[in-house]
Design a protein around this ligand. Structure first.
Ligand code: ADP
Ligand code: ADP
Length: 229
């Protein structure tokens, strides 16, 4: 299903003499259902790599495929991925239900199916009692869960998380981390999670990719990475 293959991927911003190469030949084979954390200091290329997996950023060299299909050969509307950002902009005038349903409505999913999917996601995220509220009536953590709900209802092959916890306070961060772990246990969707926080990486990762200055320095379980640096 959602295996991800990253082969010799290179990224340059700009052209000619002023080009700035920010990713230098990254390789990784990610198994279907794995939870991978990409960790490294700010500016090392984590979100660039994630955006290339999402097909949001052109690749300068190499290839990325998901479930055997080259990302850039797939129409954006057919890409079976969902991304969760740190700035989860919810529609303020819509209820929680409507916020989660919106993308499916646009994709013309039948209303009964939308209802089933939203209710299932709300149950997993413990949002069942909040479906008729507006975003302003929610806490920060609840809003972040609605943002995750929007991703879940699309039933993607792959979840991409770009520092989704970095705007939350410490307590909420720990709590949301548990939610994400629970989500992964229940749905088993292949996940790529970007963070600069080593603790976050260690607690969430099945395997982690350690990046530095546009290169992949290590890939392995948290134990392997920290015992054999
Ligand atoms: P990280 O997510 O690890 O903080 P980024 O992927 O955001 O790193 O950035 C990697 C490098 O690429 C940085 O030097 C950054 O300035 C540069 N960069 C990121 N996006 C762009 C862009 N759109 N245009 C030019 N340079 C960019
Ligand atoms: P992060 O480190 O979380 O990726 P940044 O502040 O580096 O966040 O980047 C935020 C946005 O600015 C991204 O969309 C990125 O593509 C863009 N960006 C980052 N660095 C550059 C750059 N040197 N030139 C142009 N755009 C950039």
């Amino acid at each position: 299903m959602g295996a991800i293959s990253i082969r010799n991927v290179v990224k340059r911003y700009g052209k000619g003499a002023s080009a700035n190469q920010v990713i230098h030949g990254v390789n990784a084979e990610i198994t279907d259902g794995e939870f991978i954390v990409i960790v490294g200091p700010s500016g090392c290329g984590k979100s660039t790599l994630l955006r290339m997996v999402a097909g949001l950023e052109e690749i300068s060299g190499g290839e990325i495929s998901i479930a055997g299909r080259v990302v850039n050969d797939v129409e954006p509307s057919e890409r079976d991925i969902a991304m969760v950002f740190q700035n989860y902009a919810l529609y303020p005038h819509m209820t929680v239900f409507e916020n989660m349903a919106y993308g499916l409505k646009i994709a013309k999913v039948p209303p009964a199916e939308i209802k089933t999917r939203v209710e299932k996601a709300a149950k997993i995220l413990e949002l069942g009692a909040l479906l008729l509220r507006k975003p302003r009536e929610l806490s920060g953590g609840q809003r972040q869960r609605v943002a995750m709900g929007r991703a879940i209802v699309r039933q993607p092959q792959v979840f991409l998380f770009d520092e989704p916890l970095s705007n939350l306070d410490a307590k909420l961060r720990a709590q949301t981390r548990l939610e994400i772990q629970k989500l992964h246990r229940e749905l088993g969707v292949t996940s790529l999670f970007v963070t600069h926080d080593q603790v976050e990486a260690m607690t969430l990762a099945q395997r982690m990719i350690v990046m530095n200055a546009g290169r992949m320095e290590q890939i392995g379980s948290p134990e392997e990475v920290y015992l054999h640096p």
